[in-house]
Design a protein around this ligand. Sequence first.
Ligand SMILES: *Cc1c(COP(=O)(O)O)cnc(C)c1O
Length: 373
Amino acid sequence: MLNIPLAKPDLNGNEIKNTLHCLITNWISSQGDFVNQFETEFAKYCGVKYGIATANGTVALHLALTALEIGAGDEVIVPDLTFISPINMIIFSGARPVLIDVLPNNGTIDPQEIKKNITPRTKAIIAVHLYGQPCQMDKIMALAKKHNLFVIEDCAEAHGAKYQNQKIGGFGVISCFSFFANKIITTGEGGMCLTNDQKLAEKMRVLLNHGMNKKNKKYWHEILGFNYRLTNLQAGIGLAQLEKIDLALLMRSRISSLYNFYLKNTFDKIKSLEKLPNANPVCWFYSLIINEDNLRDKLLEKLKENNIETRPFFYPAHIMPPYQKYIRPGQHFPVSEDLAARGFNLPTFVGLKELQIKYICEILEKNLSDFYN
Ligand SMILES: *Cc1c(COP(=O)(O)O)cnc(C)c1O
């Protein structure tokens, strides 16, 4: 068997045509029609009014925090188990990240823990829809309302997922997406902020373009801004990806069903992430949790020897050097530590063949039973 990668973009639609269009017409910067079109179409797909395209998902988070004027003296609640971007962006905004534990077997932020960690300084909650699993948005929104907090959704790993039949990305005041090459749809690098608030949308547009308002004088900077723009080349790819997003989600869900089928004899030793009630997750990666944490890395090593690329779950943020100082006295993260030690992802991408899935599952099953014999 040839090497099976963890992820691979599917660029076989109008990506080439749209890219060529940019090259032929010379519209290769952030000016050009594809950017506005991509913003409009993606926002519509998520059921949100305004889309603001950004250079990547990380700066989308920074843009959201900046637009909400979150900074020095503020606290922002964020899960301890996440890709690191939201935590880094809170710190760069000048605010303090308040790391909290996640839900057992599921991995998204724990609303009980949010409640316990709200202080008079709390300004916002960043809800990360981790590994395709939507957060418990009803509870999170209720807490936010009660305590007058902003909710920012980090949707980078869950395009198209739903909670209580509503697409994620429309619950919080701003939601942030990434279109990195391994995400559900990609522009290579790229991201977007969505919001239903017109004023915030306009503010983000000005912030991301050096603090200039396109409607007013050029080179007149009304506020301090960034260059966080997406290019027309990337937006063209994004539009082509968006045409296929529902098909891509369907194929990913089929991959997940095939893994479930071929792994059915191993579910006493490993199990999938559990979805929350009323959640419709998407399959970003097929994620598994092994019962015994000391076997996880050995198993991934065996898969690697058989040319199967995998990825362990993220490390708990609080154990890494830049974040240790944010642990509050008496705080513990048993669930985050446990999931980080036992979780891993298997290859998941449009184009992954049933034969390859079968092969991956055979190798996995064989090695698991070897460990136990
Ligand atoms: C990928 C990712 C991001 C950041 O995306 P980039 O486009 O790579 O900057 C942010 N948050 C989460 C949860 C992610 O998985």
